[in-house]
Design a protein around this ligand. Sequence first.
Ligand SMILES: [Zn+2]
Length: 363
Amino acid sequence: MEKLSLPLESCIPKLTRAQMRGLPEMRELLILAEHALQSPLQLAKVDVLAQLNYAEESFPLLAFRFGPDDPSLPTFAIFGGFHGLERIGTQVVMSYLRTLLELSRWDRITIEMLTTTRLLLVPIVNPVGMYLQRRSNGNNVDLMRNAPVQAEGLSPWHLFGGHRLTPRLPWYRGKEGAPMELESQAIYEFVKREIFPAKVAISIDVHSGYGTFDRLWFPFAKNRLPLPDLPEVIALKHLLDQVHPNHIYCIEPQSRQYLAHGDLWDYVYDEYRQIQPDGHFIPFTLEMGSWLWVKKNWIQIFSSLGMFNPRLPHRVKRTLRRHLFLFDLLHRAVRSPEPWQGLEPSERERLLQLGLKLWYAKP
Ligand SMILES: [Zn+2]
């Protein structure tokens, strides 16, 4: 892992003209990194998790870390840009990062939060895919179908759930038995190092391109079984429902919508459980309902990015501010985790029954 050192200006010119044109998000991210590192309070650390090469170009996979270095402390992490077409996800993560950096210039409460609570942000997991305007990475592998996880009972013809037929089709998992792609491996190692030691952790991975409203998914994608942390998920759902009763999210296990092979969060969740059987790490996925943007502006269906991103400026702005309160709530939920973890056995049982009834009961 390479650490960025001041001054960061030396990093910005590394982007070629073509990269700046094709990946403005990376340029913005480097500027945010520069701001973060040069702020007098030195609240953030920036790591280069990997250097990703494609043709003549090379892109950094950047991670921001706030808070104490001790990874056994409660941790909140936000990821974006696993799928290169879903640029709005990256922009949503960067929007939160920008807000925090601005607030940290003068707001004591934000400074206190950022110095005492661990927060990790990885806004562009797949910069090569974003540069090439494709879902997959530079090797045509779908990074959310690439982990060594086999879904149960999924037909081989259900291509959307991941396949090994050909890299020419979307949702390609990579070759059988091959190691995970560099991006997936880098994120896995990062999570293992920065989250696995924590007894309390929440992550959220931001996507778009499915459905007409915003969904907050939790594992599993590989089967329809309830996850062991179902009581904690219900407790978090109650927090969200109570603090923001007008929130817009449909909270559900991903398997209620579709099953998929190779989901990185399924993989990471199971690994964490092996290491921290008494800990709680909830990896959420925010799937922003992009079909609504298409419905309201149908002409964008004809562009490759149109199915995954809002196009009209007011809709982009609305999306960029729409999820800030959710990130803030989850950030607070790791700082003050008493309402959702360390629950009494009887309360866990009560919440478990509620969760089973809500999401897993046979119709
Ligand atoms: Zn996605």
